[in-house]
Write a protein that binds this ligand. Structure first.
Ligand SMILES: Cc1cc2nc3c(=O)[nH]c(=O)nc-3n(C[C@H](O)[C@H](O)[C@H](O)COP(=O)(O)OP(=O)(O)OC[C@H]3O[C@@H](n4cnc5c(N)ncnc54)[C@H](O)[C@@H]3O)c2cc1C
Length: 295
């Protein structure tokens, strides 16, 4: 034990002492969380471990979900995709049904670290509920629903949009399943992001789902990573503007301007809020032009 304190004093041990807990199933996992207020769920560890190392986040115990193999799946049935929270980002990019959606192809193309992709999980990304996670705008655009397990073991189905908005309250719940409808033919779903080479965190990212009928928009969902500060969200004003309109270069320009007016991205050392608004508008334009060309 003394050697551990010695190494810690010399700065070689960065992680605080943590007690690992190994639930046998999800019910035991939520029970452990209820009994241990200082415990945190651990999935791939790609976000949590660096946060614990840096001291930005504190926990006394880790409830290791990674052994619950039944939580790692991607199933397609009746036009719905169901994803277990332990499915990794690599599982997403390797899945045939998901690969048929442009947004997931671009998610894979823009991924900053193949090594992280093998460990990072879908549940972990959603639980972070922040602009750092590329999957969130994509899943928002796809009208995703989450099944959560409450501390008493009850199931709660919520829209991802609500989960992100009410994250402070809902983050205590275990994410049990992620589900969305597979876009039908004629429904386009695409994603674009821009990240600086020195950072894995995008300056902005945008996902759009458009249902077209002979060049007219039947319905659209538009999501931006930094829509409201660092919180990702849908941009309803743009969705309304696009509805039942014919897609033309003028409409795309009008909608891009609406994005700039509607979002309120943060300002930091990498980019100003103004730059992020312009960027979101130009990523949106790029997606829409591509869709018009291929649509
Ligand atoms: C170098 C690097 C490059 C990256 N590049 C990208 C990229 O290009 N694109 C991208 O989108 N992301 C990227 N990421 C982000 C990374 O993919 C996410 O941090 C990751 O998805 C988190 O998942 P995890 O399984 O590692 O979560 P963990 O670190 O294990 O946990 C994160 C949080 O989620 C909670 N949690 C985990 N599972 C559940 C659950 N089932 N229910 C409730 N809460 C849960 C934990 O308690 C914790 O608070 C990168 C990360 C790194 C370090």
């Amino acid at each position: 034990m003394l050697w551990w304190f010695g190494l810690a004093l010399l700065g070689y041990v960065k992680l605080p002492r943590l007690v690992p807990l190994f639930p046998r199933d999800v019910m035991e996992a939520v029970q452990l969380r209820k009994e241990n207020p200082d415990a945190e769920y651990l999935a791939g560890g790609t976000a949590l471990i660096p946060l614990l190392k840096s001291g930005a986040y504190r926990a006394g115990k880790l409830i290791d979900l990674s052994r619950l193999k039944e939580l790692r799946y991607i199933r397609v049935g009746d036009g719905v995709i169901r994803i277990g929270p332990l499915a990794t980002h690599a599982d997403i990019t390797n899945n045939t049904a998901l690969r048929s959606i442009n947004a997931f192809q671009n998610f894979a193309k823009g991924y900053t670290s193949p090594a992280v992709m093998n460990s990072a999980t879908v549940g972990g990304s959603i639980a972070i509920a922040s602009h750092t996670e590329d999957l969130i705008p994509i899943l928002l655009a796809l009208n995703t629903e989450l099944t959560l397990l409450t501390p008493d073991g009850g199931k709660l189905v919520v829209e991802l949009e609500k989960y992100v908005k009410e994250h402070n309250k809902l983050k205590e719940y275990l994410i049990l399943e992620v589900a969305f409808k597979l876009p039908a033919s004629g429904v386009l779903c695409d994603f674009e992001k821009l990240a600086l080479g020195i950072s894995r965190i995008p300056l902005s990212s945008v996902a759009v789902r458009v249902e077209l009928d002979r060049g007219r928009v039947n319905g659209a969902t538009v999501a931006v990573a930094q829509a409201y500060g660092t919180r990702p969200g849908r941009v309803r004003e743009v969705e309304e503007l696009l509805k039942r309109r014919e897609i033309t270069e003028e409409l795309i320009g009008e909608a891009a301007n609406k994005i700039k007016q509607s979002i309120s991205p943060p300002e930091d050392t990498q980019a100003s809020s103004w730059y992020r608004r312009e960027l979101a508008a130009s990523l949106f334009t790029r997606i829409m032009r591509r869709e018009v060309e291929h649509g």
